[in-house]
Design a protein around this ligand. Structure first.
Ligand code: F6R
Length: 236
């Protein structure tokens, strides 16, 4: 693998650098397929991309995006849904051509999973996949498991993930217990992976994921087998 581990001073630097890498990708290939993530880590990155767009330095008119995951039961109008998050932080501010986020409210979730994989395949796969990492090592919502799941699937969220994400909800009981997530195949087939993590509490899991054994008990450890990964980490 080629893995570049970049340690930066703070969240601001992390966000600027991540945005620069994404922006270079779009400038190099105007019809890029971007794999995108939600959560707290990419908010600053998206802010920088929006600013670059507003300053006239970046054009998303040929770009397509596919998001990693969505909570089951939350629709686009729910302010905790990942579709809502993406609209709010990125999509509604830029001229992006087309955006895909898996639906958490399709009556037939099996069909939704299959259609999502088909969509990614039809797009020709992902050029650059942006990832965060969960405290249990999840990427997307691929939680610790006995196997690495290849395809888009439904997951029961780990109690530690529910606890970590409760900060965005009124109470922990409001956090959905299930999600739909992209599997490992499109992530591993992405031409480039950019993983961003900030905070002291992410240090241990980054060590395990990138320097420990490759195991589905630490889902992000599969990235050791990816040919082009950049990790940006800020302790603050
Ligand atoms: C979000 C996602 C998750 C987050 C992870 C880290 O779409 O797929 O894997 O990246 O839970 O979340 P934050 O950035 O909030 O620490």
């Amino acid at each position: 693998m080629t893995m570049e581990f970049i340690k930066v001073k703070n969240y601001d630097e992390l966000s600027k650098l991540a945005a620069q890498i994404i922006s270079n990708q779009v400038k190099e290939k105007e019809n890029s397929v971007l794999g995108l993530a939600t959560g707290s880590s990419p908010i600053g990155t998206y802010e920088n991309l929006v600013n670059e767009y507003k300053n006239g330095n970046l054009d998303f008119s040929k770009v397509t995006s596919v998001n990693l995951d969505e909570y089951i039961g939350l629709d686009e109008n729910n302010d905790q849904s990942y579709r809502y998050f993406m609209n709010k932080h990125l999509f509604s501010h830029i001229n992006i051509k087309e955006t895909f986020v898996p639906s958490g409210v399709n009556a037939d979730m099996e069909a939704e999973c299959k259609a999502y994989d088909k969509k990614i395949e039809d797009l020709g796969g992902i050029d650059l996949q942006l990832l965060g990492i969960g405290l249990d090592g999840h990427i997307g919502f691929n939680e610790p498991d006995e196997i690495f799941e290849k395809d888009t699937h439904i997951v029961t969220l780990d109690p530690s993930t529910i606890e970590a994400n409760a900060r965005f909800f009124n109470s922990i009981d409001d956090v959905p217990t299930k999600a739909i997530t992209m599997g490992m195949l499109p992530i591993m087939q992405a031409k480039k992976v950019l993983l961003i993590a900030n905070g002291q509490n992410k240090k241990d899991i980054l060590d395990k994921a990138f320097y420990g054994p490759i195991t589905p008990k630490v889902p992000a450890s599969i990235l050791q087998l990816h040919k082009n990964v950049t990790v940006i980490f800020s302790e603050n």
